[in-house]
Design a protein around this ligand. Structure first.
Ligand code: ASP
Length: 333
């Protein structure tokens, strides 16, 4: 009989209201989640580990790094077919992406959660959890890396994002779509992620900041990053990778101090590319020493930078990994 390890971290799936109409807080452990299943997958043994019963908005990088080590350790058990991680939806795409980078085992790592908490009669948690257990037990997902299973859809960690604040089909992979789905217990896989990297890191680099561009904002936060010793900065820029006036000069100051600055796009689809000039078009940002994230979202570019800094990577290696992750070439393979 296949065995799946369920690692429970909290989130809405593990939450109920403190009192009627009160705050919703995480607190249910993994065993309680299994008790709520009305459709418990037959023929699959489930082993439970509890990590942090917290909202995912309150997790930090060190906790998530430890979680990825636990995933790796669980997968190293010869009798374990795969791991399910229950997790809040707010930052699920980020933890899943970190697991995708850090965990080396080819066995399935399936993240899931809920949009409607466990105290609601129409909570979506139990169905998602049953489906996730089936996916983690299946060899169909071998080698696909970390995925998010939600509302019957299977999404690659690299591509997926939370797209809706409340709907149960919140997870989408803009421009690319799901890699598979599960329907009535039947798993269908349509494609395999082609752009994966395994980048184990002894820790995650702290102090990588994220700056979101808006029309006419000042580069003041970049100056703040330079003055407070940020380890790296990701700019969530306009379109192809352009920023408001003053950004290129402020970025150059950071780069000259040895701080990597990565330009991602705030668009949901497409790749960055230095095309425009003047203050602070993409060409000007590139000439100032900024690197470009390609199709990687700003939040995921920030995590990649944390992983690379945690590995002790310098500017050259960061540039090369960004390029190869974007084009789908595995520099470690
Ligand atoms: N809304 C969130 C959830 O789905 C809260 C969190 O991310 O913990 O779980």
């Amino acid at each position: 009989m296949p065995t799946v390890t369920l690692i429970a971290t909290g989130g809405t799936i593990a939450s109920v209201e403190d009192r009627a109409g009160g705050a919703v807080n995480a607190g249910l452990a993994g065993d309680r989640l299994l008790d709520t299943l009305h459709d418990r997958p037959e023929g699959i043994a489930v082993r439970v580990e509890n990590v942090e019963a917290r909202g995912s908005y309150a997790l930090d990088l060190a906790t998530v790094h430890g979680l990825c080590q636990r995933i790796e350790a669980a997968l190293a058990e010869p009798d374990v077919s795969g791991v399910v991680v229950t997790h809040g939806t707010d930052t699920m795409e980020e933890t899943a992406f970190l697991a995708d980078l850090l965990v080396g085992s080819p066995k399935p790592v399936v993240f899931t959660g809920a949009q409607r908490h466990a105290g609601q009669p129409d909570t979506d948690g139990p169905r998602n959890l049953s489906d996730a257990i089936r996916c983690a037990a299946s060899d169909r997902l071998l080698g696909c890396g970390a995925v998010i299973l939600f509302e019957g859809e299977i999404h690659a960690a690299r591509d997926v994002t939370k797209a809706h604040t409340s709907r149960v089909d919140t997870f989408r992979s803009p421009g690319l779509g799901k890699i598979g789905d599960i329907d009535g217990g039947v798993i269908r896989l349509y494609r395999r992620p082609a752009r994966r990297l395994h980048l184990p890191a002894p820790r995650l680099g702290e102090g990588v900041e994220l700056v979101m561009c808006g029309l006419g904002i000042s580069p003041g936060f970049l100056h703040h990053c330079a003055e407070t010793g940020a380890a790296g900065v990701v700019i969530s820029a306009f379109g192809r990778g352009n920023a408001p006036m003053g950004f290129a000069a402020a970025a150059q100051r950071l780069v000259e101090a040895g701080v990597p600055v990565v330009v991602a796009s705030r668009c949901a689809e497409g790749a960055t590319m230095p095309v425009y000039g003047k203050d602070s078009g993409g060409i000007t940002l590139r000439d100032a020493g900024c690197l470009f994230a390609g199709t990687l979202s700003a939040v995921k570019a920030r995590l990649l930078l944390s992983v690379l800094l945690g590995r002790g990577a310098g500017m050259q290696e960061i540039a090369s990994v960004l390029e190869q992750l974007d084009l789908g070439v595995d520099p470690t393979g």
